[in-house]
Design a protein around this ligand. Structure first.
Ligand code: ZN
Length: 211
């Protein structure tokens, strides 16, 4: 089963990806990790990607898809994979489709974890972090004291409500056309409500996937 995973920032994608992977008995594959590994290993495509990055350019989709393709031919992916970060644009969705077709495979489902934007703003803006040891806290005010080291709790710049709203807008603008593209192509697109306990969300996602 090949799943393309989308998650709104703050919707718990990082938590759910490994839980879904273990329930479905497939590995996760995060594009950023595979790209880094290919650069470190110095594979031909990894070196090509590195050259773009050294010039300060974006690595083209064709190079990234080539690196993903090499990775997916390995035995550990024979039962499927949860792809994280592989698709952000319609051309990338098209590229992934032909790359998988060249391996005789296809996307079985597109899974998007969704939460109401204001819920995410609430959730993330109630997060603070110790400015000293970086321990994260939820529901503790700015200026509170870290249990571990006595340091002061601060809000990360990224968790400022306006910064969160901007990130969510960017995500919505980028992702909506991609989900529409998959729907139009007749692929199974599952949008799962990410509100609730971690287990609830995992079970909801598995049910929606028919598992
Ligand atoms: Zn601390």
């Amino acid at each position: 089963m090949i799943i393309v995973l989308f998650g709104k920032p703050g919707a718990g994608k990082g938590t759910q990806a490994p839980l879904l992977a273990s329930a479905l008995d497939v590995p996760t594959l995060a594009t950023g990790d595979v790209l880094r590994a290919a650069r470190r290993a110095g594979t031909p495509l990894g070196r090509e990607a590195q050259a773009y990055m050294d010039r300060g350019d974006l690595v083209p989709d064709s190079v990234i898809l080539g690196i993903l393709r090499e990775e997916l031919t390995q035995a550990q992916y024979k039962n499927g994979v949860i792809l994280d970060g592989a698709v952000r644009t319609v051309p990338q969705a098209e590229g992934l489709k032909s790359m998988l077709a060249s391996l005789g495979r296809h996307v079985d489902a597109v899974l998007a974890l969704d939460i109401d934007n204001e819920e995410i703003v609430q959730r993330l803006s109630s997060r603070t972090v110790c400015e000293n040891c970086q321990t994260p806290y939820t529901g503790r005010p700015v200026g509170g004291v870290c249990d571990k080291c006595g340091g002061a709790l601060v809000r990360r710049k990224d968790d400022d409500p306006e910064a969160i709203r901007t990130r969510l807008r960017v995500y919505d603008d980028e992702t909506a056309p991609v989900l529409r593209w998959y729907q139009t192509a007749g692929d199974k697109v599952v949008i799962v409500n990410g509100v609730g306990s971690v287990d609830d969300v995992t079970n909801r996602a598995l049910r929606a996937l028919g598992k």
